[in-house]
Design a protein around this ligand. Sequence first.
Ligand SMILES: Cc1ncc(COP(=O)(O)O)c(C=O)c1O
Length: 394
Amino acid sequence: MAAKALQRQHSDPLCAYIYDLDSLSQHVQAVVECLPPQCEMFYATKANPALPLLRTLAPWVHGLEVASGGELQWVQRHFPDVPVIFGGPGKLVSELQHAVESEVELIHVESLLELKRLKAITEKARRTQNILLRINLNLPEMATTRLTMGGVPTPFGMDEETLQQALSMLGSAAYLKLKGFHFHLMSHQLEPDRHLALMQAYFRRVRDWEKDYGLQIEQINVGGGIGINYVEPGQQFDWPYFCGKMTDLLEKEAAPEWCIRFECGRFLAAACGYYVTEVLDIKHSQGEAFAVCRGGTHHFRTPAAQSHNHPFEAMSLTDPAAQSQTGLHHQAVTLVGQLCTPKDVLARGVNVPVLDVGDLVIFTYAGAYAWNISHKDFLMHPPPVEYFLGETMT
Ligand SMILES: Cc1ncc(COP(=O)(O)O)c(C=O)c1O
């Protein structure tokens, strides 16, 4: 409905992001309410830093995770009272300095060199900073799962073997307080049982380190990585099941004083966003049908980034009785954008009941890693309209 109304308001064919803020707030509230005791949920700002989304999320989550100096300044400016944690690779010295001076709750340290820099910064400023060490675990038992961010050679975090060295550096760092460990080994997790196995491995490893190195850990950040099923949108990650089993796991494996922190992005923000595009042209080439849509991957990079056919619904607006020269009926079509590259594909060879010029194609699950990861300036097409349903002006 919102898409049709927007289309009527624009003289050119429509291209828009629509975000349903009410559904975002309900979803985040439900996710947080389900969390087991001793768990917290932070939002990974990188998934979508748009202010209306952050304003909607902020009252429900325990805080915001940022992964760059830019994100840090953004959330500090707009949410001065919300707890902020600062992770991510390649932090600049100036960004670390700013983080220390502005008292971010925690910095997730990614390397021995970063630890050394932070030690020097905190000593010079004589300011205490709480940190987590981000560790890339060796988990041979997980080798068959889709470990994309760790467990394999990666630029993220420190290998387990460097832990001893990091701890001895910390021994002489009067202003750095080790609060715990950070892990983010996997993205696109769709299977709760596999994720639980990963949590168990984290907890066991931290217990071993507590024993081996005489540590008293307060916090384990288990990262984000809960996926969205773009291929079968009806089969999403079963969060209530996961949380139920996680409660049992915590009882068995976790120390009662540990705070377990999640920092999810995609799972929180994806479902509230829609990328809506109007069909400009329908063409046939060497036996295949193509629908050229307003916009493309420079607005909506998600399908290209994930190499998938993005789920969508076609909204037919044309009169079924009209004798269309172009319309498709129960036919496979490739949905492309306006860019002069064969890579500008949003979904390839997908069946549509009906599709015609002037119809709207509504891509679902477009609220995370979508507009904000897109190469917006390519070809100098105008940006999509952004529309936030349920936004209250402050
Ligand atoms: C360290 C870290 N934490 C959290 C996230 C958020 O991940 P997701 O959006 O998959 O939940 C990422 C994503 O890359 C990450 O690298």
